[in-house]
Design a protein around this ligand. Structure first.
Ligand code: CA
Ligand code: CA
Length: 246
């Protein structure tokens, strides 16, 4: 065998070996489990029914200027831009009813003076719409915890602050003595462009009674769906109440 022929045969042998090596017996693909979307939904295994995206509800929120939102006592959304530009926060939630929504909302205001840009008085505003029909309106409760400048006195500004009550985020918190939220017109709020690019139809702008001087407010609402039961049977096992353990 001349050397050229030997090289050709060796190359063929290597190729054949490579072909065999690339084609090992394959285990069968594991069956899909749970309630994933796409294809036929398999029957529940071991009585476990997992929620899917079709069980979730989309929501849009716009705050002038910032908010943090709790649902059924859990933190679910924080406005990712604290001041400017004004933005819409879009979220997906897995609803469970009765659903208590508790929002901490803040106008841009200096904690010492209640003013912004030095000596100016800014105004607040909050609006929310969920695809399950939940909207902000005067049925919500609202209370102010940071007010000022008192008497609109920007020359010698004074403010009044009250500590947030313990458990204000919780479903069981008693807000029965709180005033109703106050609705404001879109003209009064003057929302910026992102508002018009999202669906807020049917929702009202709300705040507490003084849109200018009430700088930090809590807004709360409970949504009831009598007879509602979750389609899914799984419960979270993880603890998301604080930062991950070190
Ligand atoms: Ca203000
Ligand atoms: Ca503002």
């Amino acid at each position: 065998m001349n050397s050229k022929k030997w090289i050709a045969i060796s190359a063929l042998t290597l190729l054949a070996g490579a072909t065999v090596a690339q084609d090992p017996p394959r285990p069968q693909d594991p069956p899909r489990r749970g309630g994933g979307q796409g294809g036929k939904r398999k029957p529940p295994q071991d009585g476990i029914v997992k929620p899917s995206m079709s069980d979730t509800v989309h929501g849009s929120i716009y705050a002038d200027n910032w908010f943090a939102m709790y649902i059924n006592g859990k933190l679910v959304a924080v406005d990712s831009i604290d001041f400017l530009p004004h933005n819409v926060v879009s979220i997906d939630i897995l609803p469970e009813y009765p659903m208590t929504i508790a929002v901490l909302a803040k106008d841009n205001a200096d904690p010492q003076t209640g003013c912004e840009y030095g000596k100016q008085i800014g105004d607040g505003g909050f609006i929310l719409k969920f695809a399950d029909g939940t909207v902000t309106d005067a049925k919500w409760k609202g209370k102010c915890f940071f007010y000022g400048p008192i008497d609109r006195n920007t020359a010698d500004p004074k403010v009044r602050t009250d500590p947030l009550p313990d458990g204000w985020q919780a479903p069981g918190f008693d807000d029965s003595a709180w005033p109703q939220a106050v609705e404001y017109s879109q003209e009064r709020i003057d929302p910026k462009e992102p508002f018009f690019q999202n669906d807020f139809k049917g929702a009202k702008w709300i705040w507490t009674s003084d849109l200018d001087l009430d700088n930090t407010v809590i807004l709360r609402c409970r949504i009831d769906r009598p007879g509602w039961k979750p389609r899914w049977t799984t419960k979270p096992d993880l603890d998301v109440s604080g930062p991950a353990p070190k």
